[in-house]
Design a protein around this ligand. Structure first.
Ligand SMILES: [Mn+2]
Length: 317
């Protein structure tokens, strides 16, 4: 691995005008890693900007206040780097640049090859871990870079809680803290803090929750009427199914959100060990991971949609 890092660093050192791409709908790892890499490139004397198909989400604004991401090349580039991007599709409309990528830096286990060279380390909990090794080798662990990398790792590990956390994750985090990472502030902003609407969505989820199979199955259906009543947008409703899964005794949870027309229902499903959400969602033409998957159901009413998903889930238990 060390050789691969050195190889990447040598390539980065040749950059004069660089663009760092992260995936569309960026999360903390994408933004943290991309801006940290931009910091490294600038420290090496290159012009560098971050490219992304979507704006920086508001809750990540504290990491890069006043910064912008580009959707078009800001200048003639000689170096394109992608970070936290597993497949060209994840670049959204910027996927046309995938083949031009000089270096692909990623940590996803299922990663589609693209670009000219790759630095893929699936054991890394976050792309931020890989960027840490690069920044360290370049002697560019500035206060800014340290905070960005720390945030990337906190984001992808859910605050050091998920199964992707390794001894290396803690070693790196420890080193970042010793270099001055604002650990408590970053965790507060990324893990603890909720917007008022996110909090209302959580309240609505708990208050409207239904149970089946003695509490092994928990679910909620959020109609457009409910969304309007509390001024909730779909971005506030992303955690509903995870909140239900976290309740003691729950083995399977789903949240249904009515879509842009009243006959479309988006289902998000979460499970604990032993139940394959991806397989259940595939029956409705959806898919995803074993513990987290989704699908879209078409029904005349919310009740009908709920009953369709409910019967499949009850049989799975
Ligand atoms: Mn990531």
């Amino acid at each position: 691995m060390t050789e691969k890092i050195t190889e990447t660093v040598n390539r980065l050192k040749k950059a004069k005008n660089a663009a760092v791409f992260c995936h569309a709908r960026p999360d903390g790892d994408a933004i943290g890693s991309a801006f940290a890499l931009r910091e490294v490139l600038r420290g090496l004397g290159a012009r560098a900007e971050v490219m992304c198909d979507d704006e920086i989400p508001e809750r990540l604004g504290f990491l890069c206040s006043g910064e912008k991401v580009y959707r078009e090349l800001p200048f003639d580039v000689d170096t394109i780097v992608t970070v936290d991007v597993a497949s060209p599709e994840q670049l959204g409309s910027l996927c046309v640049f995938a083949d031009r990528a000089d270096i692909k830096i990623d940590h996803h286990a299922v990663s589609k090859p693209f670009g000219k060279t790759e630095l893929v380390i699936p054991a890394a909990s976050a792309a931020g871990e890989i960027v840490f090794y690069i920044a360290k080798e370049c002697g560019m662990l500035t206060h800014r870079a340290v905070n960005l990398i720390y945030a990337a790792i906190v984001s992808d590990t859910g605050g050091f809680r998920y199964s992707n956390v390794t001894e290396d994750t803690f070693d790196i985090a420890g080193e970042l803290v010793s270099l001055g990472a604002d650990a408590a502030e970053i965790s507060e902003a990324l893990i603890e803090r909720k917007s008022v609407n996110d909090a209302l969505a959580a309240g609505l989820t708990y208050m409207s929750m239904k149970s089946s199979a003695g509490g092994k199955l928990r679910y909620v259906t959020i109609t457009n009427e409910m969304k309007e009543k509390y001024s909730l947008k779909d971005e506030n409703l992303g955690e509903c199914s995870s909140l239900l899964r976290a309740i003691e005794g729950t083995q399977l949870a789903f949240a249904i959100k009515q879509g842009e027309t009243k006959d479309i229902f988006r289902v998000s499903m979460r499970s604990k060990e032993g139940i394959d959400c991806a397989e259940l969602c595939a029956r409705f033409g959806g898919g995803g991971h074993i513990r987290a998957a989704g699908c879209t159901v078409y029904a005349a009413s919310a009740e009908e949609a709920e009953n369709m998903v409910l019967s499949v889930c009850e049989k799975a238990l």
